[in-house]
Design a protein. Sequence first.
Length: 306
Amino acid sequence: MKISPTFILVALAVASLAGCVSPTPAPVVDHSTIGHTSPQAARPGYHTVKKGETLYGIALENGQDYRDIAAWNYITDPYIISIDQVLRVQPPEGVATATTAPVIAGASVEQRPLEGAPPSPIANTPTFKREPRVNKEPYSDALYASMQKSAAATPAPAATSVPAATTTATTTSSTTAAATPAPASGALVWAWPANGKVVSNYSTETKGIDIAGKAGDPVLAAADGKVVYTGSGLRGYGNLVIIKHSGNFLTAYAHNQKILVKEQQEVKKSQKIAEMGKTDSTTVKLHFEVRRQGDPVEPLNYLPKK
């Protein structure tokens, strides 16, 4: 049978197409997550930046000074961050703890013989006789016995005569005194940040309380601490002051018309830090928050009863 050239060309084309067909479909790759995930993002102590967030807000939410977070992540002024950036929000390991114990001046140190060191020749009778080298006297049994008796009667040096228990106690006491800070004057003492009436209670939405007042009324520090933020970089808070206290507490004072303190300034309980206003608010009020380790808590649980 004669096969036409056209039939041959069609058959070759079909065979070529069949060779390109795979018996199983190619896998589908989801590219939506590429470049947007990080192993660190799922770990405690890290935060992935979302749209609209600022470094100041992230610091407040995690109970940190924004300068610390900037330093841990090598961010410099003007503290620009980007969406999906993964930030460390807890101190790197070893930052807050000294890597080596300090040498304490005047502390006694217990002296112990090295493990495996040869025994003292004075405490153990030698197994062989040796010619005395003092003045090169001729050796005799009587002279050797006299030297052994004299050596046993000679008191040990003062540095090694201190009992081990006494020396250890001295070391422990000195170390504890130097490593333990001076006792605090008491637990964190709280005071009301303003004298007005509470017009909005705490909830998971408000995160704090609102205290009514007149423009210019004093805003007071609720406890001793250090100012870690002043400014208007957090949307919804207006002119804001944030103070860090002992025990991982932060307090926030929002909507002020005038701020009277500077960042890194130490303040005392009931010290005037601002004047009440209505920046980023429709009415004059103080919005006050208490945060422990970054989490909002009920301020009325800490403020004294009125």
